[in-house]
Each structure stands twice: as structure tokens, then as C-alpha cells.
Design a binder for this molecule. Sequence first.
Ligand code: HEC
Length: 179
Amino acid sequence: MKTTLLGSIGIGLIATSLMAWAQPPFGGEEDIAYAEALWETMKDTNLVGEKRTMSAPYTGQHPHGAILDTMDGEITVEGTTGPVIVKRNYGGEGVSREAVWNDPDQYLGSVTVMFQREGYDPDNNDWFWAKYLPDGSLDTNPEGRPLAGRVAKGMEQGCIACHSTASGDDLVFGHDRFQ
Ligand code: HEC
């Protein structure tokens, strides 16, 4: 009896860890819902959407847009207040800093966001990552998984892997622009 019981607990534990392993660290229902709440808050604070304020566009770096414009601020999402960094990625034919300044909507390809959500991911400075299309829907990876949450924790590519190479220990590249 005893061994059977221990055996089933063992199998249970293995099954649980396999499920944790099989479950990608981002793009689940909770992440999608949170990304929607985040977008709404950013809209209310004029960080995204029609009424968004803009910074001077500058020449970007791969894999972000050819031209970028980055804003930061502090917002509260579902009771958590923290810093947010919003990067607008521009591209397309004829893109230039001037063209973007004159008609941002024409060239806006995506909006990449980092929101520091206390306690969410202590291994990676608690950042919640999201990549939106201009209309606020989430962009997806090649497998169709929405890019929201811990993207892509433990994997060799993705927001976290690349941003881990930023100098300093907070996964932010553009310090000069935000301080
Ligand atoms: C291969 C590397 C790489 C990947 C992958 C990457 N980024 Fe970045 N990211 C950068 C670099 C480099 C900058 C600085 C660009 C600049 O402003 O000139 C940056 C800047 C940013 C910024 C502005 C804050 C900062 O660090 O300067 C945000 C927000 C951001 N990225 C979000 C994301 C999100 C969300 C993802 C995933 C969907 C992502 N990034 C994937 C390299 C990467």
C-alpha cells in the first residue's frame, strides 16, 4: 500500500513538472487578459492610441524598427503601480525620421512594451513583456502564440534572452534616454 501511494505521488509530481515544462511561460489566457488591461491603461494615459504623445523619432536597432520612438512613464494596472517603457517601431517604404514625425500612423508597425509588475518575475526584474500591433491586438510568434507575459523565459531567443545582454542588471538597453 505504502509503496503504491508513494509511487502515485511520484508519478503525480512527474506529471506536474512535465505540465509546467510543456506550458510556455507566456501567451496564456492570464497573460492575454493582462496585456489587454495594460493596453487600456496605456490608452488612458496617452501612451498608445490616437491621442498618444510622441518623442522625437530616432534611428533604430535590430530587431526593433528602422525608426523608433520611445516613451516611458508610471502607470497602475490592476492595482500594481510601476514603470512602463513603450517603444513604437516604424518601418516600410520611404521610412525616415521626418516621414515618421509627419505621419506616424503610416509607418507604425508594432508597439513593444515593458511594464514592471512587482513580484511577477523576480528572475527578470519583474518585467511583463508585450508586443502589440498598432490596433492594440497582440502580435504572435511563428507558432501563433501571443507575445505577452514572460517572453520567452528560459528560451534562447526572445525579449528576455536578448534584453539580458543589456548592460546593467535591469534588462533595459536605452538608459541614456530614460534617465
Ligand atoms: C535581439 C535583441 C532584442 C529582442 C529579441 C528584443 N529586443 Fe527590445 N530592445 C533591443 C535593443 C537593442 C533595444 C534598444 C533600442 C534602441 O532604443 O535603440 C531595445 C529596446 C526595447 C525597449 C525600450 C527599453 C530599452 O530596453 O531600451 C522595449 C520596451 C523593448 N525593447 C521591448 C521588447 C519586447 C517586448 C520584446 C519581445 C517581444 C523585445 N524588446 C525583443 C533588443 C531586443
